[in-house]
Design a protein around this ligand. Sequence first.
Ligand SMILES: *Cc1c(COP(=O)(O)O)cnc(C)c1O
Length: 405
Amino acid sequence: MSAAIHNGPMPPVMPTYNRADLAFERGEGAYLYATDGRRYLDFACGIAVTGLGHAHPHLVKALTDQAQKLWHNSNLFRIPGQEKLAKRLTEASFADTVFFGNSGAEAMECGIKVVRKYQAVNGKPERFRLVTFEGAFHGRTLATLAAGGQAKYLEGFGPKVEGFDQVPFGDLKAVKAAIGQATAGILIEPVQGEGGIRPVPPMFLRALRELCDEHGLLLFLDEIQTGMGRTGKLFAHEWSGVTPDVMAIAKAIGGGFPLGACLATAKAASGMTSGTHGSTYGGNPLAMAVGNAVLDVMLADGFLDRVQQSASHLRQQLAMLTERNGDIFEEVRGEGLLLGLKCRPPNTEVNAALRARGLLTAMAGDNVVRLLPPLIVEAAQISEATQIIDSACADLRKQAQRKVG
Ligand SMILES: *Cc1c(COP(=O)(O)O)cnc(C)c1O
């Protein structure tokens, strides 16, 4: 883990990450090619970003075509790509309006402002607090860190931004107890990603919706990781039948081009008038070309059905795999292609063993290894991944025996 003070020479790249000693030159579909020529099956997808795999021809064409024409002109002017993407996102969701930014944390910041402003312009300026959940992750800006509430990320950065009341995951009584005169809304990820791939039961989401309606609060969903097809629906909350008032998306909406968005109902966004929010880059023509191209693919007939089929196939394979390797894995959890293997050995060791065998995965809290295959994953690649995981389990067993012996 991170030391309090950096020892040794300071590298030109600020050492805030714990990186694997591996670099890539090129990607194609579900595969990445390292600078040493080795091929890796990519079940990390840049943390759920490259949902359509690497170098998807439709995305490459959209980006390069736009690059020949116009990159950026700022929100001083109309941006036709924004108008088009916003219209498509609102037609495909609960929302009536969209703000474009460049990242997940920015989409969250916008959402927090939307919720607070809604209460303020509706005669309740004292309502500015959000109820959030333990284990949540909402980004690394000062407000989103406060929303996530993880002590290890907040430490040393001065007073925590005011206005977030954290309750235990899945505890409805605690939510009710946390709602007070200053509460403006409830913020939740439909499946906790960084927190360890913990799905929120549909019943719980429905109960939150009811509480919001009862108390005049807004329901704010963080679908940055769960959205854009990851669970087999365009947005994960669709499985529950609940609709939010505000939603943050990012990651796969740009397929690797930095793009985030805050979606809201007309009612929720009623205070977001000219001058209340802004971004220099947000929704620039390059980003909009890619975002629209991503939607072309994801909204095509049958795309999400295929994601659901791949997801249930992978889930079955992983269920059998965890049974065969009960000494390494405790369980498989998650929704759609947002899956986690709860490990018995440290997840860092499992992650490294998988990488050594050519499978890239991400880690998550609660000692989980996160599997985030591209949504275009094929059955043969699912088999390949399963075989690699089996071999890595055998490697881990040998390592453990060597330690003992
Ligand atoms: C990745 C993520 C974020 C932060 O997104 P950035 O683009 O890194 O700012 C916020 N919430 C969730 C659920 C995420 O997975």
